[in-house]
Design a protein around this ligand. Structure first.
Ligand code: ATP
Length: 349
């Protein structure tokens, strides 16, 4: 059992606010991802949970017990970092066994525990190799096994895939997902990669500038972003955002007219995702403008037009052929639209 609670947690260095009033309960066994751009405070939040960083204000509790003044080693959490920090002179077996020795765990149990952990990350055949004789992905798996072997109550993972190449990232990500299912241990995972967040998380916390922007399941934050920051951070390509004006349920901007909307009037930012829109016959869509870019993706063609400062993308069939500058018409039905206050950036329902 390990439920983690953050109550009004703040981190300040002088006047600089690294984490601003973080409140969250992370239920036992949840896989929680902290997601946000560089410098948003996600690593600091995780380091406070681990006990590697003092909390300026607020409380962190693990299983109902406030841990603010507890040493990292007494918190029963295991961390995996982006740099693997393996001992170069020890082989894989000894590296994985190391935390058991340090913690004074009964030596007669070590061998079974090391073999179980190494089997879980498929390193059984590499136990006698030194770290220098392993690939990056294998080294990261040793680091994972070293965390698993301790059988902690909480896993904390800080960008564990960021030193791996693209292909290995995908396969190691799948392995982490599978492991988390098998181990069923509360996990907090830090990343700036929204695909990692979407694929791994039970819930995602989106952060910017030390402030929690939204907490929700991957589907919730994708389908109902709470503000323009989340809308533009989640999804590839980013959500199209057009500044305009709504009067009597009709949104208007340059080359754009979308009727059938409600719940807003005046200056509004309208968003929709490229894959939700489609091409219409000439003049029949809600946006009509010349093609600005055209990219062949293999399974589809991504087309964009320029509306004021914004690039607006739409996904078309892979067989679509046209030239830059040709006019296109884009179908944007009101039900795919998200509305945000242009002034505050917040979602308007
Ligand atoms: P990254 O993805 O780049 O690691 P992050 O979201 O994990 O970013 P943090 O490392 O949590 O960001 O840092 C949050 C903010 O706090 C940053 O602006 C950082 O410069 C600042 N910060 C971190 N540690 C300190 C420190 N010891 N003293 C002053 N400011 C710090």
């Amino acid at each position: 059992m390990a439920e983690i609670q953050l109550r009004n947690v703040n981190k300040r260095w002088g006047n600089f606010v690294g984490v601003d009033n973080f409140n969250l309960t992370i239920p036992d066994k949840e896989f929680l991802v902290l997601l946000g751009p560089s410098g948003c405070g996600k690593t600091t939040t995780m380091r406070m949970i681990a006990g590697l960083e003092d909390i300026t204000d607020g409380e962190i509790a693990i299983d109902g017990k406030v841990v603010n003044s507890l040493d990292p080693k007494d918190r029963d959490v295991a961390m995996v970092f982006q740099s693997y920090a393996l001992y170069p002179n020890m082989n894989v077996y000894e590296n994985i066994r190391f935390p058991l020795k340090v913690r004074g765990i009964d030596p007669s149990t070590h061998d079974a525990k090391v073999r179980r952990a190494s089997a879980m990350v498929e390193l059984d055949d590499f136990l006698h190799r030194k770290p220098a004789e392993l690939s990056g992905g294998q080294r990261q798996r040793v680091a994972l096994a070293r965390a698993i072997v301790r059988e902690p109550n909480v896993f904390l993972m800080d960008e564990p895939l960021s030193n791996l190449d693209a292909k290995l990232r995908v396969s190691t990500r799948a392995q982490i997902k599978n492991l988390s299912h098998e181990l069923a241990v509360t996990t907090i995972y830090v990343t700036h990669d929204q695909i990692e967040a979407m694929t791994l998380a039970d819930r995602v916390v989106v952060m910017e500038k030390g402030i929690v922007q939204q907490v929700g399941s991957p589907t919730e934050i994708y389908d109902r972003p709470a503000n323009m920051f989340v809308a533009s951070f989640i999804g590839n390509p980013a959500m199209n955002l057009i500044n305009g004006d709504i009067q009597n349920g009709t949104f208007e901007a340059r080359d754009t007219r979308i009727p059938g909307l409600s719940a807003a009037s005046g200056k509004t930012t309208l968003g929709f995702r490229a894959e939700d829109a489609s091409l219409a016959a000439a003049g029949e869509g809600q946006i009509t403008a010349p093609i600005y870019t055209l990219e062949l993706l293999g399974d589809a063609t991504m087309i964009s037009v320029r509306i004021g400062q914004a690039l607006v993308a739409v996904k078309a069939d892979k067989t679509f052929r046209a030239e830059i500058g040709d006019p296109i018409s884009i179908r944007v039905p009101p039900e795919i639209c998200h509305l945000f206050s242009t002034d505050t950036g917040q979602r308007i329902d």
